[in-house]
Design a protein around this ligand. Structure first.
Ligand code: 4NP
Length: 165
């Protein structure tokens, strides 16, 4: 079975200023490490529009920098129905994001593209979604970066096998 390339991945959270831009940045870094950059393309967005046009939250950028990642200039945007056709894989960061996206799905094909980030969590993870760090302190942002880094290795390995089969 052929899979189109670049294979397009969309990370989704609520505001598109904390978790999903971090997921996009970490995905791009892990994909580059694994030599997969030419086969994949990532973006991120939010289910809510109140931060549209904003840069990622400075606390998330600081946590990413502490972990050695660099920011490529993303501005927040809102999920739209056309994203179901424009992306091959749509990855909500928590169950609320997942419900909001699925409520916009037009048919089974749209729904089949949505897979929660937790599907790539290791069995030993205690979290069942990527926790929203917005109302907490720096440790919460560091924990999101660490959880996403661990999970992204698993997602990229899956895509590597699929796209280079
Ligand atoms: P995100 O975090 O969904 O990971 O970008 C949030 C950003 C903003 C708000 C909540 C969560 N907010 O309530 O404004």
């Amino acid at each position: 079975m052929s899979t189109r390339t670049p294979y397009r991945v969309l990370f989704v959270c609520l505001g598109n200023i904390c978790r999903s831009p971090a997921a996009e940045i970490i995905f791009n870094a892990v994909a580059a490490q694994e030599g997969l950059s030419h086969l994949v393309k990532a973006d991120s967005c939010g289910t809510a529009s109140y931060h549209t046009g904003s840069k990622p939250d400075h606390r998330m950028l600081a946590a990413l920098e502490r972990a050695g990642y660099s920011y490529g200039g993303h501005r927040a945007r809102t999920f739209r129905r056309a994203d179901f056709s424009e992306f091959d894989l749509i990855i909500p960061q928590d169950e609320y994001n997942e419900q909001d996206i699925l409520s916009l799905a037009r048919h089974e094909e749209d729904r089949s593209r949505v897979r929660g980030m937790w599907q790539w969590f290791a069995p030993e993870e205690t979290e069942r979604s990527v926790p929203d760090p917005y109302y907490g302190g720096p440790a919460g942002f560091d924990a999101v970066v660490a959880l996403l880094t661990r999970s992204m290795q698993r997602l990229v390995a899956e895509l590597s096998a699929k796209l280079q089969a």
